[in-house]
Design a binder for this molecule. Sequence first.
Ligand code: ZN
Ligand code: ZN
Length: 366
Amino acid sequence: LSGEVRGVEHDHTGRMAALRGALAARGADAFLVAHLPNIFYLCGFAGSAGVLLVTAGEADFFTDARYAIEAPAIVRAARVHIARKGVVAELAARLRRRKQCVAFESAHTIVEQQAQIARAAGRGVRWLPTSGLVEDLRIVKDVAELAVIRAAGDIAVDVFDEVVHLVRPGMRESDLAAEIEYRMKRKGAAGPSFPTIVASGLRSALPHARASEKRLMKNELVVLDLGAILRGYSSDITRTVFVGRAPARIRGWYQAVLEAQRAARVALRAGVTAGKVDEAARRVLRKKRLDRYFVHSTGHGLGIEVHEPPRLGRGVGQKLRLGSVVTIEPGVYVEGTGGIRIEDDFLVCNGEAEILTRGVRELVEL
Ligand code: ZN
Ligand code: ZN
């Protein structure tokens, strides 16, 4: 499995070319990339500090001495500069050379830092705030990315299949979460894409509960939301199980959530709006009078970040594109009783969406 992924090479040169097209269309001479997931996408740098400057003919990546050995080995399609005098100073020295318009990522820029760079770069630079330039490219996954995302999905599903047999009354949520994250790493993941959620009993009604010291008990719902990072890409799945035999009311809710997921999956295809997919899931729950318990969006984009565009939310007019990867994760959360969520990852196609995370979606009773 990881063998298939090991040989995957990303087309950084092609991505840089696409970005240059977007830059030219905005009339900018250069683009300053500050958001680390965007830097990873464009040049493969996976560390925690650095900025990338892209012009029509060149790309320069500035980082500090901690990455002096690693950066030149992993960065593609850009020249690496180890900034001994500080990233801001060396970047500014580069920008001062000529009068130019430099676009920057306003959604990912710290005001203080940008002011510092602008001061150091001087008056010859005109700054152009932009948003979503690289994210718009990232929204459509290429073959190499899909191979990695698929493998990350396999890890999540395999881990769930293993740990579901460990679930028993008396076990702490945090112990189950630890088992999940340990097994992901043993399967080649760099780690979890987010802190693993294990939420049992009344806590399962909290959509974003983290695993706690609480022990699992008989006759409780348990929501497990987990994802693995593999070679910089994330997966994200949720399964809900019942410890014991589920009462009819709980089974009814579970079937409704499963049906909502199915309806959204049928609606999901290239060209439809994100809001329409959300509405398909919501409509099913509305018919069963459960829609008021569905308190979040139906899904989100998935890739280098575990939450990225497009968002499958109520009324979102953005049209879905061929090659996007999204989650579909309807849920119901009833205070005082518990919650149910079912989440899988899908590839947006021209016809029916392809499911990237196989596995059993029927209610598992333990
Ligand atoms: Zn999730
Ligand atoms: Zn999710």
